[in-house]
Write a protein that binds this ligand. Structure first.
Ligand code: CKX
Length: 603
């Protein structure tokens, strides 16, 4: 159980939230082991939120593995006195130690989810407080995402990710100073059942302190749709306006925590009434089948790296709507909270992925995994129990943070793990059970499977509510002129899945081909725009011939940065859009296809 609330920070008559974003003091610890907890010296200034890597011209900074230090002066207003006061970090990648006025106040492991530092008794009210944060970006096998850190002969440390995206790090999301009442609305759990012309909202409000709960549900025009005065119960709504894909109707739930007439706390939340279920081979949204069309994405853009960029977010949603997409997976980590709020408003569906990538030891993971080589008993290592602990923590935090977003329709608990190792089974079982326990809506769970996780070798697919396949026929497997054999091999695999008769939907959570937007060639060669088109046409024709395929999320929405290497020309180029968010030629093919596929394609 988390000892702080992950409700999104808001301002109202009882709550304050002040964003601390801006230019922070910044220092890289090249000495490895320096202590700047009492204040930085010889510092630079750097923007927060942002990854620190791409601002500088010095390669030692971009490739730096170790501790980086941030400092900011935070004025804690006197009006916060008497409340609980926290510094809320929306993410610090991959671990952090926080110091207030020279004293260590918190330590966190995990780089993609928020944590709150309680400074109630430590803050100097009505004064500036010195906030220092040490962020460490070293990859290990005991935390997710997995990798290792080596030391070069010249003494410099270097990260070796077991995954294919750049190890951007730092304070990549907003930092807030927040205050909430001591008698607090701590959590809100909601689940929905949708019937013909009726909906049932089951709620439970978790509070700290003694008082009564009043709930008011407002419709989109601000009219009262329902009221309740209990901390748990069921609201029945006649003729509800449902939240749906492309039709994102939001109600506002206002929760008041009261002691008689006195208001102790208040929280309001935009909610969407919708029900997600898997039934046989169908994904049902409000009892109607939905076929997923969209992308695996990354938080990745020029200059700020993985730093949250509100402009890039807006552009990405515009492009997703333009191309006719209805969904994306937050590969390979939970994204900034603003992105889920935007998806709620746009009616886009999200498969929310925990940062569990690289659970397959390989430094050229895309080659070893893509071609079926490389498995080495990942889950049989002495470090596995520690890894599981970190993984379960991330699952708990992700579900606590994201469970009330109507856009979130499923949890992806791992990406491309070594699910052929017998020791993966108990590991996966714990993740699947825990996520079900934590989610009031019992959303479908899945994990994205690479080629080693074949119908005959994967030991864990029975745990998934729907099967997610990452497949690269025509790229890692038989690319170029061999594409016709790739197609046959793909069909053979699909026939094997079919013969298992799993009675579950399948979603392609990755497929695609690297493409240089500048390269046209007739006849095609791999990396050309023409070849990207050929691969997609081949793969789509196979998807279309299996009734249980209920979704396609191409890899990737946009070109993105990776570690440098023989296989990557300044990053992964499988984007449908360039890193600057302009369409490659294949975008028009997808637009044509997705605009014409009905919502309930194949039922
Ligand atoms: N899937 C065979 C995970 C992604 C990579 C993608 C790729 C791989 C393929 C694994 O993070 O970027 O290599 O393009």
């Amino acid at each position: 159980m988390l000892n702080y609330s992950l409700l999104y920070p808001i301002n109202n008559e009882k709550r304050n939230s002040i964003r601390l974003d801006g230019m922070w003091r910044f220092k890289i610890d090249f000495e490895d082991g320096s202590d700047y907890s009492k204040g930085l010296c010889d510092y630079d200034y750097i923007p927060v939120p942002a990854s620190f890597q791409d601002f500088y011209t010095d390669k030692r900074i971009r490739e730096f593995a170790g501790n980086v230090w941030y400092e900011n002066m935070v004025f804690v207003p006197s009006y916060m006195k008497g409340d609980k006061v926290y510094i809320r970090f929306s993410a610090a990648t991959h671990r952090a130690k926080v110091y207030l006025n020279g004293e260590e106040v918190f330590e966190n492991e995990g780089g993609f989810l928020p944590f709150l530092v309680d400074i109630t008794d430590k803050a100097r009210y009505g004064e500036e407080n010195q906030l220092v944060v040490m962020v460490n970006n070293e990859l290990t096998e005991t935390n997710i995402p997995c990798g290792r850190t080596i030391t070069l002969k010249n003494g410099a440390k270097m990260n070796k990710p077991y995954f294919d995206f750049y190890n951007y790090s730092g304070l990549q999301r907003s930092v807030y100073l927040i205050s909430v009442p001591k008698s607090e609305i701590f959590d809100i759990n909601l689940s929905y059942k949708v019937f013909d012309k009726k909906a049932e909202i089951t709620y439970s409000i978790i509070t700290k302190g003694i008082g009564e709960i009043n709930l008011t549900l407002l419709d989109g025009d601000g009219n009262i749709a329902s009221k309740a005065d209990c901390c748990e119960g069921v609201i029945n709504l006649d003729n509800p306006h449902l939240w749906d894909v492309g039709s994102p109707y939001l109600y506002k739930l206002i929760v008041e925590f009261k002691d008689g007439e006195a208001l102790l706390d208040k929280y309001s939340l935009d909610i969407g009434i919708r029900e997600v279920k898997i039934k046989g081979e169908s994904i049902l949204l409000n009892n109607r089948p939905v076929y997923l069309k969209g992308f695996g994405k990354h938080e990745d853009s020029d200059i700020v790296g993985r730093g949250f960029n509100i402009g890039v977010m807006k552009r990405d949603f515009e492009l997703m709507k333009w191309i006719g997409a209805n969904s994306f997976r937050t590969s390979h980590y939970p994204y900034d909270e603003e992105i889920y709020r935007m998806a709620d408003r746009e009616g886009i569906l999200i498969i929310d992925e925990v940062p569990a990538v690289g659970l397959f030891e390989s430094l050229v993971n895309f080659l070893d995994a893509g071609t079926g080589k490389g498995a080495k008993s990942f889950f049989s290592k002495p470090t596995t129990p520690m890894l599981l602990k970190a993984h379960l923590k991330a699952v708990e935090e992700m579900i606590a943070r994201d469970k009330n977003h109507p856009s979130v329709i499923a949890w992806s608990l791992l990406n491309e793990p070594e699910s052929t190792d017998p020791n993966s089974v108990p590991y996966f079982e714990k993740l699947f059970e825990r996520s079900h326990e934590l989610d009031p809506q019992k959303r479908p769970r899945t994990f994205a499977m690479e080629s080693n996780s074949s119908p005959s070798r994967c030991l864990c697919h029975h745990l998934s509510d729907f099967i997610s396949l990452n497949r690269y026929y025509g790229w890692y497997i038989m690319g170029g002129y061999e594409i016709s054999d790739a197609k046959e091999k793909f069909i053979k695999e699909m026939d094997e899945w079919k013969s298992l008769d799993l009675n579950k939907p399948f979603v392609f959570t990755e497929y695609g081909a690297d493409t240089l937007s500048s390269l046209n060639k007739l006849p095609s060669v791999m990396w050309s725009n023409e070849y990207q088109r050929e691969v997609l046409e081949m793969l789509h024709s196979v998807f279309d011939s299996y009734s249980f395929v209920k979704g396609e999320q191409i890899w990737n929405f946009a070109d993105f940065q990776t570690t440098e290497g023989l296989m990557r020309v300044d990053g992964n180029k499988k984007g449908v859009f360039t890193r600057q968010r302009q369409p490659k030629e294949v975008a028009y093919l997808l637009k044509e296809r997705w605009e014409n596929l009905p919502r309930d394609y194949k039922g």
